[in-house]
Design a protein around this ligand. Sequence first.
Ligand SMILES: *Cc1c(COP(=O)(O)O)cnc(C)c1O
Length: 793
Amino acid sequence: MDELRKNKFIETYTENLQRITLKSFDDTSDKDRYDALCDTIMGLINQEWRDCKRKTRNQRKAYYFSAEFLIGRSLGNNLINLGIYDEVKELLDEVGIDFEAIENYEDDAALGNGGLGRLAACFMDSAATQGLNLVGYGVRYREGIFKQKIEDGFQVERGDSWIKNGDGWSIRVDSDAKIVRFRDQQVKAVPFDMPVVGFENGVVNTLRLWQAEPFEEFDFGKFNNYEYDQAVSEKNRAEDITRVLYPNDMQRAGKVLRLKQQYFFCSASIQDMVEKYKKDYPEDLKFENFSKYHVIQLNDTHPIMAIPELIRVLVDENGIFFDDALAIAKEVFAFTNHTVLQEALERWDRDIVLEVSPRSLEIIEKINQILVEDFKQRGYSEEQIDPYRIERFGQVHMANLAIYVGFSVNGVAALHTEILKDDTFSHWYKVRPEIFNNKTNGITPRRWLVYANRELTSFITQKLGTDQWKYDLSLLKDLEKYLDDEKVLNELLNIKQIKKEQLAKYILEKEGIKVDPTSIFDIQVKRIHEYKRQHLNILHIIYLYHKLKKNPDMDFTPTTFIFGGKAAPGYFRAKGMIKLANEVARVVNSDPDVNKKLKVVFVENYRVTYGEKLFPAADVSEQISTAGKEASGTGNMKFMLNGALTLGTLDGANIEIFDHAGEENNYRFGATVEELNEIMDTYNPVEFYSKDSDIKDVVDSLVSGEFKDNNTYMFLDIYNELINPQNGQRGDSYFLLKDFKSYAKAHEKINKEYRDRLEWSRKCLKNIANAGFFSSDRTILDYANDIWKIDQE
Ligand SMILES: *Cc1c(COP(=O)(O)O)cnc(C)c1O
């Protein structure tokens, strides 16, 4: 900013502050100051935002339909992308305002569960930065993912009403409200537009989130008649639709309300698109041209109701023949799969779909008929058609609907896409191989490096002599010229040390635990799930603890193990894993024999904002899922970009991380997918348990009384799953015991090699230099070029 803009900025800001609050400057609170800053920034981007909307009105656009956008905070990120972060900080400092306090006032917009929702947020950032016409459509949940408290080592869920004090980053657009009709209810869908600021390029795209509202605030007649509850019941029933984000990561629940939610935002978005098309393209207004201007990317199965909805709007409201409407849909929809876990591939009971939207069911059943006819004509028997059916055994299979109608199906990492082709959707791959493609996930380097790690950012810019890498992350490759430069390697170590000290301070503040910033920071943060195997990590810590107990002088580099993550509220075993981590932490941290060398921390309420402090401070990135289970992972990429070394299985994008940075610069362990497939039917975990005394020792410690689960039987449950299966299944479904020794060995190697500080730093630099491929800029350009066929501005 030049002097003039600076003066103008601070003038506007103080004016806003006083106008909003009616207070004199000194009386304003952090909240006031935060609100006024949002206001000022929204004012600053208003012109560009409107310009972008106008300029792109008649251009082909991609639409990202997602039930989740895990945005986090917006203030710092928007300032970074506007290129005025440091200046604003300085300006506020000059008028005596503590920027950090204001920043901390902002609540995370946590409208997502984990990786899938965060990916959607990273994509929005990258599309704006790359000048791509991408509109996001989603749900404005009043309650985001719950806030996690840890009480007595147990997870306790609290509400997350993130907009109770307003939402400075949205604009309510009443004039674009829509009516969404369910079988027994009609509600208003009101859009809230959030600006998506491209990085220093003047582009502002739009994320449009829908909120459900009643037509009337309350029934005056009933109120007048003293029926107060009934007077507001319609209002509540409408608002219920967008009240909560379902926190059941990868599990099914909530049924009717959840499907209502999905249909709600799909219907509103489709209506919005069709209405705009009719307004903006009067010359082209034959619907066969609709697909010339629109492509819809379905982020997982949640938005697939958009398919019958587009057909409904075309047929019922615009007089198009069904077959023509289906043909249009076939050119518009592309589908992304995010997991091979069967429980996440949505299937709805027919009567639930009927209860939510009878017309949608009718359309789905008609598509199913056409599908069956299609296959019959190609000579398939009824039985051969079965796996393809959209409706089967009274259930609607959403993935089959999307793959039959869609023109593209993609997985999110190379291995994942292969598994889709060979296994999950192998039947589809046989008949439509040409629609399958891979788009390895990515992360935005703006939030996860430029914003989260200012120190490393300056270092990189200084070493490369330009900040062009912020637009094109592949340029990081040039850092390799410093691989043998001791001075530079030491600088890199110093930066990591600074980030570790900052995190240590924050952990002391938030968790009340003192950690040694010179110890190895070994971090596993992600949703808690058996397939992600946090319990493998914990069992290994117990193993180390027992070893150190027996031999306190053992040669061992002090290590701090850090965990974080939320468990779905109804997922008993995942909650047991949280309790176990906390209980091991309590025992280890209070044991003077070991607590100089070993520390364990479970950080409360892991979310985007906590991640921004954790990723830059990590030495070791734990990516230890059972091979074949983690579709991609994106946490792994955030760690890599910040110079942590990956301790990981050959799973998801870990494989590509090893390929790019070199396996020798990371720590690979564990069985491969092929090896696991091989032993799948014969695996007996008890063999590992009885033949290896180390394994027996740690597994037994779950039930020996050494660690206490307050009589919840949580630890017994984990023990039983491992070696004492209850329902005739084999134990240890996720192969912890199979991988344990290999994992322990990799840890031993890390513990030794960490001491050669220069060699370690060389590996860090090698990882950073090769992280370019994992920028979501690369991913989004691949979507734009291969699937969407849209150009950069
Ligand atoms: C990146 C991210 C995730 C995804 O982490 P994975 O390790 O890929 O599962 C989940 N939650 C938050 C808050 C994130 O930032």
